[in-house]
Design a protein around this ligand. Sequence first.
Ligand SMILES: NC(=O)C1=CN([C@@H]2O[C@H](COP(=O)(O)OP(=O)(O)OC[C@H]3O[C@@H](n4cnc5c(N)ncnc54)[C@H](OP(=O)(O)O)[C@@H]3O)[C@@H](O)[C@H]2O)[C@@H](O)CC1
Ligand SMILES: Nc1ncnc2c1ncn2[C@@H]1O[C@H](COP(=O)(O)OP(=O)(O)O)[C@@H](O)[C@H]1O
Ligand SMILES: [K+]
Length: 508
Amino acid sequence: MQPLLTARQIHEGDSYTIAHEPISSVDLMERAAKAFVKAFTEHYSNTAQSVIIYCGTGNNGGDGLAIARILNEQEGYHKVSVKIARFSEKASDDFNVNLQRLRHTEVPVSEFKTADELGLESAEIIIDALLGNGLNKPLEGEYQKLVHQINEWKKTVVAVDVPTGFAGEGEIDSEATMIKAELTITFQQPKINFLLPESKYALKNWLAVDIGIDGEFTQQLNSPYQYVEESDIIYMLKPRERFSNKGTYGHALIVAGQAKTMGAALLCASACVQTGAGLTTACIPQAGLTALNCYMPEIMAIVREGNGTPEIDWSKFSTMGIGPGLGKDDSSLALLTAILTNYTKPVVVDADALNILAEHRPLWACVPKGSILTPHMKEFDRLFGEHKNWWQRTQTALQKVQELQICIILKNDYTIIATPEGKLYFNSTSNAAMATGGMGDVLTGIITALLAQKYTPAEACIAGVYLHGMAGDDLALPNKLMVVLPEKVTAQLPASMGALMAKKISGF
Ligand SMILES: NC(=O)C1=CN([C@@H]2O[C@H](COP(=O)(O)OP(=O)(O)OC[C@H]3O[C@@H](n4cnc5c(N)ncnc54)[C@H](OP(=O)(O)O)[C@@H]3O)[C@@H](O)[C@H]2O)[C@@H](O)CC1
Ligand SMILES: Nc1ncnc2c1ncn2[C@@H]1O[C@H](COP(=O)(O)OP(=O)(O)O)[C@@H](O)[C@H]1O
Ligand SMILES: [K+]
């Protein structure tokens, strides 16, 4: 896991590395500038392009000065120039050192004291090194004017570390002024807010470059925010053992579907089968039985007749996934109530089962400890009340998982998993081609299958969300697909899991 740090913790990490590597702070800045330049030249390789670097007078500006020197002297970008925003008397020591160094190069450097002094910008690419991680209040005055001006030029902007004006954590004010960057090359780790939807106004794309901040130190800061990486899933994944049989991998019950929404049940149950549950039974309406048998003969059925609640032998099942296409009528409420009051092991609650929970608060107390709720944003707000922004949702999720001793999967681009130990895990797989109806049903099937195979609830969430996104990526990215269907993601799961297992066996 990569810890995601707040601005203050990032600063502590920098200071610790400087003291204990040891490395001088100006050399760390040099390392950061080189890492930026390496990524920049890979993306904007035309050295004949004119590049202007707008620098503040803190360390972000210092980075900008070092980047200008390295681009010019080492990478052959001869049309690089620098403009320094002297909006304050203050300048950091490393900024001053790098300004002296830059004066020994051919790079033209000019300074301005007010945004009004600027004429039209002729450079093709703007590098934003005005303010970085040191932002301590919303932009106003000259900085605000300057950032508006840069945005109005509609040039290609590449931000150093963070777009100026963008806060790395906390609530993002939709009215705040910030640089709109085509690419943000950020140091060491994505900032927490890069992973929330509101960041799309400032960041089109981002990538993180390693600058050698002490990993042991940042781990022991014990951040509640973590970024899930492939190696974490490889570590968690359990092999299919010799002499194992279907009983080894659990029996999952998928409670889903109505006559008109049988597709949700089929997608969910088939994903459960493909993720390796030893046995999968689907509790479906009579009307869906033929469809189920034709769609996937591996799935067994418990049939719901009329509005009655079927007999279920609770002891037979390792876990249950409840909700996709289930509907919210009285019979669905009765069935959910029967499950939650009779079954004591962790279950996965999704879709209509979440909507029923939202409308029947007394049922919450019956949800087995360790269960997993998988709401998308609207379902989340139905459960826990309206939220003005995603930062607020993350904080509510953290509070609710501890209060209810459950896990919450808040579905999104970077899906967020909250666990009862008070951690938030941001997933790093999945893509916009997966934004099609039924994709969440597949996720529920995957997570149910992992619970059946004795993954802990937290592991089932973290690995399930990762594998779901990975299967979508494995299909969409190499084949440049605009759209990926849930059924295809399901079919891809064994191969994607197998690829990770092969890496595990070969020691990565
Ligand atoms: N050795 C290291 O630590 C490394 C650091 N690195 C780099 O350093 C960057 C962080 O640098 P930093 O801490 O100097 O902060 P930075 O973003 O340049 O701005 C600070 C200045 O801005 C001011 N200010 C703040 N908000 C404001 C506002 N709204 N409107 C106006 N002014 C505002 C604030 O002034 P104050 O309010 O305190 O008077 C302060 O003087 C980081 O992003 C990375 O690029 C890398 O080189 C790796 C090694
Ligand atoms: N733009 C996107 N980028 C990445 N993943 C996405 C995107 N849109 C949707 N997804 C994923 O697809 C799934 C959609 O779930 P959900 O909204 O519950 O779908 P449904 O209810 O139609 O089954 C979630 O796992 C989500 O993370
Ligand atoms: K910046």
